[in-house]
Design a protein around this ligand. Structure first.
Ligand code: FES
Ligand code: ZN
Length: 300
């Protein structure tokens, strides 16, 4: 098969676009998608400070690399969540990339810095490690971005992630989540920094090609707690649909963003935001969940 752009031999076929690309033209396509997503959704401008959330996986490494290459003002941030060897290996990958490319990187270690233990919290609160971990990550990324004067927090969420999240939210009619789902979570409070997803139209497979073609090291394994997660089941179902009918995920997501999301707009305004009595960060309760976690882990 030939590249649709230059007619050289193609290395990747994108069935949902009815296209095939050689390595150079794929990278050109990839870059254009990212730049278009940033501009179309007004995620951030060239000079603005952007905090890029990195985990060592292919998606966040691809995002970090492309934003640096395109001249955006980015600082990466990594959180060591104390998930055994997985956390240590991912930290190594991220630190190595920063060092080799001379890039700024903020590293936070929740155990060393705050005494937090997601296993203890998960047991005490009877919540899954993933949900505890998610709250900690959201809090710290936002806090560092706010304290550091960043304009946006960028994550490597891809099309597969976004379609699976949407699928789950539709199946359960999670109106609040549907109101907020999208490539940009705007600033609704002076202390809540805007969240953006520049890779939301690119698939996992395309991010994989991007890191492989650029010879970027990444951690192949997923977090051990993601195994058996509901989101993986949703991804499998969507992959089956995609195989039969290429473009399903993209149509599902873009259709929702264009036609469906507006119907949930009024749900968003019902959330009342307060400031945590200890740390001043935004929460819906008196004390934010992060401060509560720190209290639980440090008592006795
Ligand atoms: Fe948070 Fe796996 S990355 S529990
Ligand atoms: Zn707090």
């Amino acid at each position: 098969m030939k590249c649709v752009r230059c007619k050289k031999k193609a290395v990747i076929v994108l069935r949902r676009h009815n296209a095939a690309f050689c390595a150079d033209c794929f990278l050109h396509y990839y870059k254009n998608q990212v730049l278009k997503n940033i501009r179309k959704n007004r995620m951030f401008e060239k000079g603005e400070k952007v905090l890029v959330v990195v985990s060592g996986g292919k998606d966040s490494m691809a995002l970090w690399d492309i934003l640096v290459k395109e001249g955006y003002n980015v600082v990466a941030m990594y959180i060591n969540l104390g998930i055994g060897e997985y956390s240590n290996r991912s930290q190594e990958v991220v630190e190595k990339f920063a060092k080799e490319n001379n890039l700024p990187l903020i590293v936070k270690d929740i155990k060393k810095e705050f005494g937090l233990d997601i296993y203890k919290l998960s047991k005490t609160l009877r919540r899954s490690p993933c949900s505890v971990c998610g709250s900690i990550k959201r809090y710290l990324f936002n806090k560092v971005a706010y304290d550091g004067g960043f304009s946006a927090v960028a994550t490597g969420h891809n099309l597969d992630d976004e379609a699976a999240t949407l699928f789950g939210n539709v199946l359960n009619w999670e109106e609040g989540y549907l109101a907020r789902q999208g490539p940009v979570l705007p600033q609704t409070h002076p202390k809540l920094i805007k969240k953006v997803k520049p890779l939301y139209t690119l698939t996992e497979r395309e991010n994989m090609y991007y890191v492989l073609l650029n010879k970027i090291e990444f951690l192949h394994e997923e977090c051990p707690h993601s195994v058996g997660a509901r989101s993986i089941l949703y991804k499998e179902v969507l992959n089956k649909l995609e195989e039969e009918s290429p473009g399903t995920k993209q149509r599902f997501l873009s259709g929702f963003l264009e036609k469906g999301k507006k119907h949930f707009q009024d749900v968003r305004e019902r959330l009342e935001l307060k400031e945590c009595k200890n740390c001043g960060q935004v929460t819906t309760t008196e004390e934010c969940s992060f401060c509560r976690f720190v209290r639980i882990c440090n008592q006795q």
